[in-house]
Every structure is written in C-alpha cells, then in structure tokens.
Design a binder for this molecule. Structure first.
Ligand code: MG
Length: 340
C-alpha cells in the first residue's frame, strides 16, 4: 500500500459557536491508501478540545509511514489491529487510516462498505442539521435558510429554555439539544420536562464528562433520554455509560474509526442503550464513512460537510435529512479534481 496525506483547510459557511468556543475554519488531514490502481480516503481533523494540530498529526504519520506501507490489506479489521499497535495514542489518525482502508477494500472488491457488512439501506434515521449558539434572531435565520425535519440546537447560555421556546415559534421540526457539558444536574433535570413539551427528542451531554455522580441523578430523573458524547470516547466507555446515559453518541475520530465504532454499536445494543453516531466539522470524506453505519442507528448527526463552503470531496449527501448514497464502492467518496 502507498500512504499519502493532504492537509486541507475546511471553511465554514457561518461562524460556528458551541459551549467551548467559536470557529470559522477547521484544519483537516485527508489520508489516502492506494493499492493496485485504487485509492481509499479517510479523514482526521484538528480539534482544539482534544489538543491536536495538523502539523503534529502529519509528523506522527510520517514516522509510521514505512511500517504502514509494509502492512498487507487482508481485511480492514485485521489491518486496524496492526495500525493500532503502531498508533496506540492517536485515535484521530487511526480513524483516518481505518476509513481509508475500508474505502480502498470496498473499491478493490467492487462493494460498498455497508454491503460488505450485510446491511441494507432501509429505515435509515434522518440526520439533524446543527444550529450553533448565536442570538435568537441569527438562530432563527439559520433554520429558515435551511428548512430541515430535525435540528440539533447547541446550548450552554444563560437562557437556554428561552432560546428553545423562541425557536419553537418558527418551526415544527423535531429538536435535539446538545449542551456540550454546560449544565448542572439540577438544570438538566429541571429543563427536561419543558424541553420535552417543546418537541425535544433527547439531551446530549448535559454535564461535564467526569460528573458521573450528577449523571446518575439525571439518568434516574430526566424526562428526556440523555445521550453521552464527551463522556463516551473509546470502546471501554460504552460499558461505563450504562446506568448513566440512555444512549451514546459514537464518533469515528474519537474511537479510532469504523472498525471500533461497529463493535461499540453492537456493545451498546447488548447493554440496552440507544445508538447515535455523530461527526466533527469534517468533509464528505469523513461523512461518507459515517454513513456506512446508518442502518444500525437510532439517530445520526452527519451534517458536518453541509456546514462547509469548500468541501474537497463528494460522497454520501444529505437531502432533507435523508442520506443519498452515490453509486460507488467503498465509502462512496471521490475527491474533487483540483484537490490533490
Ligand atoms: Mg455533542
């Protein structure tokens, strides 16, 4: 296999704010693995919350490049074990390589990833469209600029309930709330009944990632299901979330790719939890990988590429919340011509 990486600055259509801060662009590393005339693509992005920058990621990748290129692509899952031994502390890079391996393997065998897993594109959950923290006027404007069946609303302000009440006056769409760790247990328990009455489906990560004592109370008393995001990063976290969250939001970059994500979905199901897969601000390279898991999910948040003004790739797209798959093997992704 040949390994290449391409840094790319993803520009956001709108400045985007969440409880941790504000951004207008995101640095992404698109990774490719090539063999026998086919190339598979994967993606990792720099996320300040997780303390990573693209320069360090590229350096790390160049250190392991000879070892990665010497590995055989028997199956993506077997390759993942070898890659993890090379990159034990780098789930983002592991994710990019694992996505590329799944894409390449599918291209070599003329099969989409979901087909190889025995899944069919039936009863797929709708993806939400995310509205970042802004003034109510701006949030309403963003909703009206993008009519959608379900919105994820980022909260963590002084007046979160008032925001949801105000948005409800402008749409009948379903809402999901992501507090990104900004609330206390008391706030989450107090807000939940009114949020439920306002058409909210669930609350994502209301409390700090380490506030397990608070989550125990929220889990027992919340009128709405509570989904772990910052509290659920890697495979071992699924079991930890049982009894504290009703479901988990699995992200490929946090856990290290499609290979562990599939196992996490199965484990969460066995433990009776709801399953969501989320995304970062990432291009159609990463989003097309996320989409392969859709038949297994209750909820999905895969609007990352929609928020960009310069998506470097084409792949699985969203139309009115529905995923539209291209007729291509692997993850379905293709880079736009001028990118590499
Ligand atoms: Mg979240």
């Amino acid at each position: 296999m040949k390994l290449r990486s391409h840094p790319f600055e993803l520009k956001l259509r709108h400045v985007f704010s969440v409880a941790h801060g504000t951004r207008s662009s995101v640095h992404s590393l698109i990774v490719s693995l090539s063999q026998n005339g086919h190339t598979g693509y994967g993606e990792a992005t720099a996320i300040p919350y997780y303390g990573l920058d693209i320069g360090q990621m590229q350096q790390r990748l160049s250190q392991v490049q000879p070892a990665v290129e010497a590995l055989p692509l028997t199956t993506p899952e077997e390759l993942w074990e070898e890659l993890r031994a090379l990159l034990p502390e780098d789930p983002f890079l592991l994710c990019a390589l694992d996505e590329a391996a799944h894409d390449l393997y599918g291209k070599l065998n003329g099969q989409a990833v979901y087909q190889r897993w025995g899944l069919a594109l039936e009863n797929l959950p709708l993806s939400n469209y995310t509205i970042g923290i802004a003034s109510v006027e701006e949030m309403v404007e963003k909703m009206q600029a993008q009519p959608w069946p379900v919105y994820k609303i980022k909260l963590g302000t002084k007046d979160d309930l008032a925001i949801v009440r105000a948005l409800r006056e402008h749409t009948d769409a379903a809402f999901r709330i992501d507090a990104n760790t900004a609330w206390t247990a008391e706030q989450a328990i107090r807000y939940a009944p009114e949020l439920k009455a306002l058409g909210v489906e669930f609350i994502e990560q209301p409390l700090r990632a380490d506030d397990w004592e608070g989550m125990k109370r929220v889990f027992a008393q919340s009128a709405l299901p509570v989904i772990a995001d910052e509290s659920c990063q890697v495979e071992a976290d699924i079991a930890r979330c049982q009894g504290f969250f009703h479901g988990v939001n699995i992200k490929l970059m946090k856990c290290g790719g499609l290979t562990p994500a599939r196992r996490m979905v199965d484990q969460a199901r066995q433990l009776g939890m709801q399953v969501m897969v989320g995304c970062m601000t990432e291009s159609s390279v990463g989003i097309s990988a996320v989409a392969q898991l859709l038949p297994l999910l209750d909820y999905v948040d895969m609007d990352g590429a929609m928020l960009l003004s310069n998506d470097p790739a084409e792949g699985v797209k969203l139309t009115d919340g529905k995923a539209v798959f291209p007729n291509r093997p692997g993850t379905g992704v293709a880079l736009k011509e001028d990118v590499v």
